[in-house]
Design a protein around this ligand. Sequence first.
Ligand code: PLP
Length: 409
Amino acid sequence: MKPHGPIPPGYSADSDGMLTIGGDRADALADFAGDTPLFVYDSAMIAARVAEWRAAMPTDMQLHYAMKANPYAPLLAFMAALVDGFDVASGGELRAALASGMAAADVSFAGPGKRDRELEAAITAGATINLESRGEAERALSIASHLGLTPRLAVRVNPDFDLKGSGMKMGGGAKPFGVDAADAAALVRDVLDAGADWRGFHIFAGSQALDASAIAETQRQTVALAGRLAEEVGATPPLVNLGGGMGVPYFPGDMPVDVIAVGEALAETLAARDRALTDSRFAMELGRWLVAETGVYLTRIVDRKVSHGETFLVTDGGLHHQLAASGNFGTVIRRNYPIAVARAFGRDPIETVSVVGCLCTPLDRLGDQVALPRADVGDLIALFQAGAYGASASPASFLGQGAARETLV
Ligand SMILES: *Cc1c(COP(=O)(O)O)cnc(C)c1O
């Protein structure tokens, strides 16, 4: 038997033992959707996450949603009313953000390799471009001058530090992201001299960290760096986007981020900030922390079989929808995501099984030798932490199985 990650708080069973999501039974949600597999996102949980963050952070902090975590349109529309901005990373995400009802002025566009037509779309809409290089700055300025518009430009800085303990490092050393800290002030001067509307700095050092003190230390370094750069530029950045980094517990032994501790440390960091940042506003951009726990992937058992003494539950889902849960999205060692039998949610396990998907590849394993209550053909398996980097971050075309259904409740 191998352990699985902790079931996120807030999920419970009805009197029959059936998992409920947002007050609805999992089996009823699947029936209503018409078929499985199905991603269910719980809007009340999303609102609660945002409220928890706001309660913990200094009052004037802004919260941005990094929409690559989950770009499902109804979720974006719901989120648009809750957060202060969207961070997008492609022309397609820019369109989705604008369609969601978020004001263009509250959308910022980061990401390497922005094409001219994507820069043009952002400038025309009035979104902020987080510049990733000098070359991109020159292209944006020339496109804006052809359009006769004043572009809103921020400079993304590649910091000389990274987020300790983060699952994905986005700063420190040679990176395709941002302008090296040593070159950032000169680029800002040139952007200002060109008459652009300079929006400030974007500094993103890493993602999926659980340790509050590591996040706090990175934020301290980030604010210090922004202060040094502002002094060097000789102007106040209107906004300093501190990046995100707050992760969620996927695996056995993972503990949730102590958000209160992050907020307290950030209040101290901001109180001690450089004078050049006195009038700056600050934002955090979060993806997975806001939505991962609010999503459940429901997949139905199609076959139950035994091979060499190991029981397999074969489902109609798989890595084509939940690549990360299969261990094939940036993880070194495969470990089990939180998993449950929907019909017997919270019941004691009685057998050890492997839950696999329907793809004809040994990579397609959603639960490896996990202890679960008895489950049979037709039962639903629930995979948790499915609200971020699930449907949109998995190869839905692989093996011709097609996309999963999605619903926001
Ligand atoms: C991916 C990304 C995020 C979100 O990261 P999470 O781990 O989902 O919070 C934020 N900012 C930038 C620039 C990103 O690329």
